[in-house]
Design a protein around this ligand. Sequence first.
Ligand code: NCD
Length: 307
Amino acid sequence: MFAKRHVISMREFSREEIDSVLDLAESLEPYARGGRCEALRGKILALLFFEPSTRTRLSFETAMMRLGGKTLSLGPAEGSAMAKGESLADTIRVIGAYADALVIRHPKEGSARLASEFSPVPVLNAGDGAGHHPTQTLLDLYTIRKESRLDDLKIALVGDLKYGRTVHSLAYALALYGAEITLVSPSTLEMPDRIKADLAGNGTIVRETHALEDVLGEVDVLYITRIQKERFPDPYEYLKVAKSYRIGADSLEGARDRLIIMHPLPRVDEIAPEVDGTRHAVYFRQSFYGVPVRMALLKMLIGDRLE
Ligand code: NCD
C-alpha cells in the first residue's frame, strides 16, 4: 500500500496506514540507535532543501545511513542551476532520475505537490511554505504514542497556527484518532478557516482560546510552536505577537502530572530552559524519533521487500 507513493499531505493517509508506519518505526528503533541494517543498501535519497533545516534534513540523512543507503543534496537554490533560471519542474525531472526518492523543502506552498507531478520517484514533502509537513506529523504521533497515549487524547496546539505547517498537518492526523483539540493562538494567528471547517466536518471537537492558562490544567499534550517570523509580510506584525506564549516552570504548577510538552523545534523562547529538566519535557526525544519514523517511511516507500 506504500510502495512508490508520494507523501505530500496528511490528508492522504488513513489511520491504518499511519499505524503501520508507527509500528514499523517501533521495530526499527534499535537500528535508529546504532544497530546494523542494510534494508536500503544501494538506494539513494535526494535532499532538496530550499529553506533552512537542521532536524528534518539531518534525520532523513541519518535514517538513510542507518538503513545502509546513501543521500545526495541540493540547495540552497543559489548554488544550483535554479539560479540560472531552471524551473523547479525541470530540476525535479533531472534529480528524479538520479535517486530512488526525493525529499523537498521549499518556501512556496504547493511546491511539493508540483514536484510530485514531475517526479518519476516518490516525493516526500519536508515542508512547503505555510502548507504541510507530513513527516513531522508522523514523528509527532509516534512521540504521543510512546510518551502519552493516542486514544482519548486531549491536546492543545499553541502558537502560530496560521503559518505553522507542523500544526496544519498534525491537526488532520489527530482528527483520525478522535482527539479533542484546543487551539491556542493570538487572534491574528488563528488556524486557517479551511482547516477548521475540515475538522468540524469530521466531527472533531475543537475549541479555541487566546489564553494558554485556560487549558494548561486540562490537556495531556501541550504542542507549542515557534511564531514563524519568516512568513510575516510585515515585520511590525511579527513584533506584536513575537512573545505571545512562554512556558516557564511557574506555568506548569496547575498542569496534569503526566502532561507532556512537545515542540517541533527550533524553539526561540517559547519554552524556558528550566523546563528542559522536568518530567514534562519530551521535545528532544521527539526530535530523535524523527530517525526511526523516517526510516520506517523510507523502507516502506523504496525498500524492495514490504515486510
Ligand atoms: C518546523 C518547520 O520547519 O516547519 N521545524 C521542523 O521541521 N522541525 C517548525 C519551525 O520551523 O518552527
